[in-house]
Design a protein around this ligand. Sequence first.
Ligand SMILES: O=C(O)CCC(=O)C(=O)O
Length: 255
Amino acid sequence: MIQIGVDPDETVAARRARAARLVREQHGSDLVVLPELWTVGAFAYESFASGAEPLEGPTAEAMADAARDAGVWLHAGSIAERDPQGPLFNTSLVFSPSGALVRTYRKIHRFGFDQGEAVLMSAGTDLVTVPLPQTTLGLATCYDLRFPELFRALVDAGAQTLVIPAGWPDKRREHWTLLARARAVENQSYVLACGTAGTHAGVRQAGHSIAVDPWGETLAEAGHDEEILTVDLDPARVTATREDFPALKDRVLGR
Ligand SMILES: O=C(O)CCC(=O)C(=O)O
């Protein structure tokens, strides 16, 4: 997980080039994850429209090249996506090691109540899982973390590793780490929650990207600053946890 900082003094083009370089440096990893809206900044609402890109825009192009050069699966975090019909979405992009854009996920729960993302972006509607050779990813973004029913639906769709890019504010950092661990425990899944470093639009970011195993144990947790977290996942741990403590099988509601 690359916990990149959104520094308002760095141009988006410079940050894009830096992110691509950081991804290339992860050659040898299987999966690389970036945070939410690391181009425009999750709280820089005034830059959503001006910084929005189509799916085949410069960020997707740079990330596709980086994934291919590094030979990794790349969850490139999210971009402000300009749909050809006009609306904006907060859209995550997943690339294969050959640089193909294999899945996109439009954030379902928009943050801000009656402001910011909640009014500037449109809501996604589709659950997205990504089968990799080693595990199946379930995709969610930032505020989605507060909605356990989304994660349960992802598990029902086959997810074993829940990936959550975010631009979570430091003010609610305790919620971020607590909910990341809760989602891992209740869904008996790995959680890879990749936050943002730095301060933008006056909002200090929580950082504290966290990798949690299916038993709820924290495998690694970042600090506040830019950092790269590298963890080993054992896909067999998900199956073993679900077999040894089969709570998911005891569900009564919502099956
Ligand atoms: O739920 C929160 O506290 C933060 C969510 C958020 O910042 C977002 O979804 O962009």
